[in-house]
Design a binder for this molecule. Structure first.
Ligand SMILES: [Cu+2]
Length: 468
């Protein structure tokens, strides 16, 4: 645990290097100041100038993962929404349980005629399963046409900005402020080591409870996560080759569950796929899994039943057998991996991108992600686990990552990379030797998994290298 002084110190160190990262990523994401109002429509702007056309008020609405933004206050009377999806996934927009746009791909727009609106507040949501819960909900406020508040709202869109209607300086400020918040304190830590109870016959017994519990994904954002032992990711289970393993699962979820040992060989009736290999574990009941950990593996455990909902919502954890198969004594790409190499720490890096947890590293979204403090020259192992629905190219600044195992299988030809694509269900094990002091950013390189117009978020953390 860091003291708040260390945290502030680290935050200060980070600002300098993150500012550079920001510069690079913003070059890649922004199209520059719009040359005309037409190009502004596709440059990812925050707000638009409301247009009144033949007495019809046109409000521009932007859809992203996972937010609905734009002109959310309009005058009573005829209103049309011009809806654009700036996200990477498909979205739609439904107004007040009534009119709905077609499904919109990236950069696709649609016009939604709302007819004549009376003063009041009206809900707007994306109707794709899970997107509303992830944040795609907003309220359209309709005011009397002569309401003075409306004048303020309308004029604020067009005033004092460079390039017509985008306040770039304000965007800069918001982005920098979001980065300065790192590392932020939140309640709850995932991946805690689960201690085994060793029974008389030498079996290592573990206890898991599945339940819906509060989880602070980012500062102040507390979601109803689906958890094992109240953690996201669930507790880490590490066993040795040859261990007899017993895992008792107590299901306190409101629905049935099962536990699949992803990448871990088990007898068929222990594979955790209801109703094929076992009965569903009903709410309020328990089930015992038992198998022998036969060979070294880097695996995961997660619900299989309703996996599309359970797993993104947090029902996953790390399960490993044996030691990482680091290629000691081998020369790879001209680099000799010492025969006597000591691993200073093993970092599990569990990726997720959906459900109530959303874009996250080990259950937390930036700035609540954990910074990793290491001593220059230490060898660290990172195991990536993708429990999400999308591929994530994981990039560590400065330090090459030596990929030595895929899904726990040692590679005959380990290789160096600085960016590693981790697809859903995959695990990659890498060896890294951070040797240059400083704060080095470590993030998914799909840029809208790490930044929004309202700041840095999601799949970003940093390696803090201290001088030896
Ligand atoms: Cu990503």
């Amino acid at each position: 645990m860091q003291t708040s002084t260390t945290r502030h110190l680290m935050a200060r160190i980070l600002i300098a290097s993150l500012a550079f990262a920001l510069l690079v990523t913003s070059c890649a994401t922004d199209d520059g100041p719009p040359a005309s109002s037409t190009s502004a429509a596709v440059s990812g702007k925050l707000h638009s100038t409301p247009v009144v056309d033949d007495g019809v008020f046109v409000a521009e609405i932007s859809l992203t993962e996972f937010a609905i933004t734009g002109t959310l206050t309009v005058p009573a009377g005829p209103v049309v929404l011009s809806v654009t999806n700036f996200g990477s996934a498909e979205h739609n927009l439904q107004f007040n349980d009534g009119p709905i746009t077609p499904m919109l791909g990236t950069n696709r727009s649609a016009v939604l005629d709302l007819g004549t609106l009376r003063p009041g507040t009206y809900p707007m949501t994306c109707e794709i399963s899970g997107h509303k819960e992830a944040g795609m909900t907003a309220t359209l406020t309709v005011l009397d046409a002569d309401d003075p508040e409306l004048a303020t709202v309308a004029s604020s869109h067009g005033d004092g900005t460079h390039g017509g209607d985008v306040d770039w300086a304000e965007m800069d400020r918001i982005m920098l402020e979001s980065i300065r918040a790192f590392p932020a304190e939140t309640t709850g830590i995932g991946n805690q080591i689960l201690e085994a109870v060793t029974t008389a016959d030498g079996t290592k017994e573990f206890h898991l409870t599945s339940a819906i519990t509060p989880w602070e994904v980012e500062p102040g954002k507390i979601v109803d996560a689906w958890t094992y032992n109240g953690q996201v990711p669930g507790p880490i289970i590490r066993v040795d080759v040859g261990d007899r393993v017993r895992v008792v699962i107590d299901n306190q979820l409101p629905l049935g569950t099962d536990v699949h040992w992803h990448g871990i060989p088990t007898p068929n009736d222990m594979d955790g796929v209801a109703p094929l290999t076992q009965d569903l574990i009903q709410p309020g009941t328990s089930f015992t899994y038992e198998f022998t950990a036969g060979e070294p593996r880097t695996g995961m455990y997660h619900a299989h039943h309703m996996g599309h909902k359970a797993i993104p919502n947090g029902l996953f954890g790390v399960f490993t057998i044996g030691e990482p198969p680091v290629p000691r004594g081998k020369t790879i790409g001209g680099t000799l991996i010492p025969a006597d190499l000591q691993i200073s720490r093993i970092i599990p890096m569990v990726l997720n991108d959906a459900g109530v947890i959303g874009y996250s590293l080990n259950g937390k979204s930036f700035p609540a992600t954990q910074p990793y403090v290491v001593t220059a020259g230490d060898w660290i192992v990172v195991d990536y686990y993708n429990e999400g629905l999308q591929v994530h190219p994981m990039h560590m600044h400065q330090f090459p990552q030596l990929v030595f195992a895929k899904d726990g299988f040692p590679l005959d030809h380990p290789y160096f990379a600085d960016t590693i694509n981790v697809a859903p269900g995959e695990r990659y094990s890498v060896l890294v030797r951070p040797d240059e002091p400083g704060a080095w950013v470590w993030h998914c390189h799909i840029l809208n998994h790490v930044e929004r117009d309202d700041g840095m978020f999601g799949m970003v953390t940093a390696v803090i290298v201290e001088a030896a």
